[in-house]
Structures are given as structure tokens and as C-alpha cells.
Design a binder for this molecule. Structure first.
Ligand SMILES: Nc1ncnc2c1ncn2[C@@H]1O[C@H](COP(=O)(O)OP(=O)(O)OP(=O)(O)O)[C@@H](O)[C@H]1O
Ligand SMILES: [Mg+2]
Length: 306
């Protein structure tokens, strides 16, 4: 699919396959095109080119999507003066779905952890509470494809776990979920597959574990009992280099070296350090594997951590 807004190319020939019953994550820097792509799936955006097939139906360049698709982009639309319960009841009747019974609405509110505040006006809800209510609203029609734009945004750790559980349960029951996130750790916990977008192009699509393998040479932080000796050993290890001037961003920085090289060379280094009688106190990637892959593949690496 392709989509431009004036001069801006939001989607540049994006090709994507999402298997039924999978949770598929979209990641990418700000402005990468995630919301535009999710908007296509919800019928909020018409593409300039390409074709879209959803739930077995061909929908061309979109705008009218088949039934069974639900979700939201850029935060759910809610009635601020109505309570959480009234919002869900109103949405159910507007969609002329078999009007959700009060018990159904409350079960949904319970599922997303909002039953206690069901009678409160949405006006006073926090960002995280709105996100949860948006999810409940999307679940009203028991969708077969759920599309969520940064659903974990604003959620506290308990809320995040709850939403993760709801989504995992849905996928297990056969619902397909496409969501976006900026948090690599959320995606790892939740998604079967991820697609990495960068300026409207797909730079990676596949299982999360495969993404981690794409990161190539990684910077590792090395803390030893003898930094001077360790420096010498690193210099003598093939394929490894010391990264000068790069701060290791953690306590005990004075002691830490940052070394760059492939995994096999790091393994080699461990043997050499031990052989030289130098104790290794710490050896690990400076940024988590997935984040490193993200930075490398989206070209935002340029010593971003500095
Ligand atoms: N309605 C619009 N009018 C003009 N430009 C738009 C519009 N919607 C999106 N864009 C542009 O298209 C590009 C992709 O935007 P999009 O919102 O899809 O990015 P995103 O990946 O969701 O970013 P973020 O992580 O910040 O949410 C951006 O350059 C944006 O400025
Ligand atoms: Mg967005």
C-alpha cells in the first residue's frame, strides 16, 4: 500500500501479511507510518495505491472495511460527560449490534479492570483508563480483527499486564490483533511477529527472535577486576574493538569498557580474560538486543545513546 499526504510519503509500498489468530506488532520511529497503516485497516484512510484484503474480503484501497474489524487510532473516541458504562452502552446501540446487555457491558469493564469506576464520568479518566475503555469498546462487537494504536500507552505495569492478558486470550480464541507500540519490551512479551517501519517502508517483518539476530555487531559493556589489563586483552582479540569515548551509562563507569564485535569474538574474549587471570564482573549489551536492532535498522543509531 502507498499513501502520501501532500509532499509527505507516509506509506511507501508497504507489503504486509498477518496470519489469522496472531498478534502482530508495528514498530518504528515517530512519523514512520504506523498510525496511517492502522488507519487503513480501520477504514479511516484511503490509500493512493495498492490493494488490501481483510478477513478474506478484498477491500481495494480501503475506506469501507468488512464487519468484524474494530479498534482505534490515536486514542479512542469517547463521550467525556458519560460514564464508562454509558459509553459502552451508547456505542453498542449506535453500532446497531445486538444491544449489549448491561451484564455484557459490566463483564467487559471487569475484563479491562474498570468495573470499580464504571459509574464515573470519562471526563475524569486518566490516559491509561481511557485506553482500557477504548479496548473494551473495541471488544463490544467481538471483532475478528482488532486494530490498536499504542494500546499500552499510559498504562501502569499492572494495567499493561491486564491488557496483555486480554489480547493473548483473544488471539488464543482466534482473533487477529494488529497493534503498534514504541516499547520493544511490550512487543517481545506480546507479539508473535513484528513489522518494523521506517519512513513508510518495511525494513523488517518476522518473528521477534529473528529481529534480535539482525543487529550484527553489538556494543557490550565490560567490567573486570583489572581495566588496564582487560584493555590490553581486548586489543589483542581478533574482530573486537574498544569503542573510545562512549560512556557505558551505568554505575561504575570508570571501570567499564565498551567493546564492539560479533558474538563469537566476545566468547573468545571471555576465555582470554580468564586465561590472563582477570575476573569478569559484568559483560552485556549496552542497549537491549531488540532496541539495538531497532536503532540499526531504522538508521537512528548514530550514537543515539550518548
Ligand atoms: N492527515 C495527515 N495530514 C498530513 N500529513 C500526515 C497526516 N497523517 C500523517 N501524516 C504524515 O505521515 C507520516 C506518517 O505519520 P503517522 O502518524 O502514520 O506516523 P506514526 O508512525 O504513527 O508516528 P508516531 O510514532 O509519532 O505515532 C508523518 O510524516 C506525518 O506527518
Ligand atoms: Mg502514530
Amino acid at each position: 500500500m502507498s499513501k502520501t499526504f501532500g509532499e509527505v510519503i507516509a506509506l511507501d509500498g508497504v507489503d504486509l501479511d498477518v496470519a489469522p489468530g496472531h498478534i502482530h506488532g508495528l514498530v518504528g520511529p515517530n512519523g514512520a507510518g504506523k498510525t496511517t497503516l492502522l488507519g487503513l485497516l480501520l477504514g479511516l484512510v484511503v490509500a493512493d495505491g495498492g490493494t488490501l484484503e481483510m478477513l478474506g474480503a478484498s477491500v481495494g484501497r480501503a475506506f469501507s472495511v468488512p464487519g468484524g474489524v474494530a479498534g482505534f487510532v490515536e486514542g479512542p473516541g469517547l463521550y467525556p460527560t458519560l460514564t464508562a458504562r454509558q459509553n459502552l452502552a451508547a456505542l453498542a446501540s449506535l453500532r446497531s449490534e445486538p444491544t449489549a446487555r448491561a451484564a455484557d457491558v459490566d463483564a467487559l469493564l471487569d475484563r479491562v479492570g474498570l468495573l470499580e469506576v464504571a459509574g464515573d464520568a470519562v471526563r475524569g479518566f486518566s490516559l491509561g483508563m481511557r485506553q482500557r475503555l477504548g479496548l473494551a469498546a473495541a471488544l463490544l462487537g467481538e471483532p475478528r480483527l482488532l486494530v490498536l494504536d499504542e494500546p499500552a500507552n499510559g498504562l501502569d505495569p499492572a494495567g499493561k499486564r491486564q491488557v496483555h492478558e486480554v489480547l493473548a486470550g483473544l488471539a488464543e480464541a482466534g482473533t487477529t490483533v494488529v497493534l503498534s507500540s514504541h516499547r520493544m519490551d511490550d512487543l517481545t512479551a506480546l507479539c508473535d511477529e513484528v513489522t518494523l517501519l521506517s519512513t513508510g517502508r518495511v525494513v523488517f517483518s518476522g518473528p521477534v527472535a529473528k529481529l534480535a539476530a539482525e543487529s550484527g555487531d553489538l556494543d557490550h559493556r565490560l567490567v573486570t577486576s583489572d581495566p588496564v589489563g582487560a584493555r590490553r586483552v581486548v586489543d589483542g582479540t581478533p574482530s573486537l574493538s574498544l569503542v573510545p569515548g562512549r560512556r557505558a551509562q551505568a554505575p561504575r563507569d570508570e571501570q567499564a569498557l565498551v567493546v564492539r564485535g560479533p558474538e563469537a569474538a566476545l566468547d573468545d574474549l571471555v576465555g582470554r580474560l580468564v586465561g590472563a587471570g582477570i575476573a569478569i564482573r559484568e559483560l552485556g549489551p549496552v542497549v537491549p538486543l531488540l532496541e539495538a536492532a531497532f536503532l540499526a535498522l531504522t538508521g537512528t543509531d548514530e550514537e543515539a545513546a550518548r
